[in-house]
Design a binder for this molecule. Sequence first.
Ligand code: GLU
Length: 313
Amino acid sequence: MRNPQSGSEFSLSHLLDDIRDHVRPAFGRGRVADYIPELARVDPRKFGMAVVTLDGEEVGTGDCDEPFSLQSITKLFALILALNRGGDEIWTRVGKEPSGTAFNHLAILEAEQGAPRNPFVNAGALAVTDYLMGRSADVAGLMAGLVRVSGGISGGQVNEAVALSEQATAHQNRAIAHILKVHGTIDHAPDAVVDAYCRQCALEFSVRDLARAALPLAASGFSPFSRETIMPARLARRVNAVMMTCGMYESTGSFAYRVGLPAKSGVGGGIVAVAPGRGAVAVWSPELDRVGNSLVGTIALELFVQNAGWSVL
Ligand code: GLU
C-alpha cells in the first residue's frame, strides 16, 4: 500500500482502490443484520468508500454511488437538527456519556429512570426523534433535507419496505419507547415515535452522499457545496465529541484506538468518519462484527487513516 510519506505516487484515489483490494480477504467474517428482515436481502459483498476533503478533492471506489440503508447513521443528522433547533435543550432529555452497552439495551434505561445515556443509543435516538416530531410531522423528510443541503446533493429517499419491515419487528424499540414515556422523556405516543424513528433509519443515501454531507463537521459547520452554514462551529465541535465518545456502540473505545476519528456507524453496514480541518470519509460494507459495526468497513478505515495520516489522535 502506498504511503503519503513514501513518494509522489500517493493519491487518495489510488489509496481507496488499494484498500478495496486489500480488504477482500475479510469478506465472510461478519454477518449482515437480519433482525430487520428486509436488511438481510442486501448482497454481503458490497463495498463502497468515498472521501471528500476541504481542499475540494472527492474520490470514491467500489459501490460508492449505490444507496444503502443509513440506519443509526441518521442519529448523527438527528442530533444536528436537534442542536440547531433548541441548542442545549436536548441535553435535558438525553445525556452525553458513553453507554458501554448494546445500542438497544433496555435494563440500564429502566435503572436510570428513563434518562438515555447519549443520543446514539436507541433510547436517546428515540428521545431526539420525539423532540424533532415537535417541529415536523415528517422527521425522515427533515433529515433527508439536512443531508441534501449539507452535501449539496439531490438524491436519497426512505426505503418504505425497510421502514415497514422494522416497524413490524421493532419490539425492543417499542419497549424502550414505553419506558421513555413512563418517565416523561418523550412527549408523543411511544408507537408514533418508534414508527417515525424506523422511517428515519430507512433513509438511503450512497457513501459519496454521506461523505459530502459530513464535510461540514470537518469544516466548522460550513458546507462548501451549498455554501451554507449548516451549524455554528461550536456545535460541529460538540457533535464530533459525541461521535468520538459514543458513535460506535460499545466498541467506541477500540474504534478510537484503531482509527482515531469521530465516527458514526449503522447496522446497514455504513460508517462515516470526520477528520476536522481535513475532510470526511464514508464506507459501506454490510457484514457486521459482533457489536454491529461494519467489520470490513472498520478495517478499511483503519487502513485509510494509517496511509492518509488523518487520525486526530
Ligand atoms: N433501526 C435500527 C434499530 O433501531 C438501527 C440500529 C443501528 O443502526 O444501530 O435497531
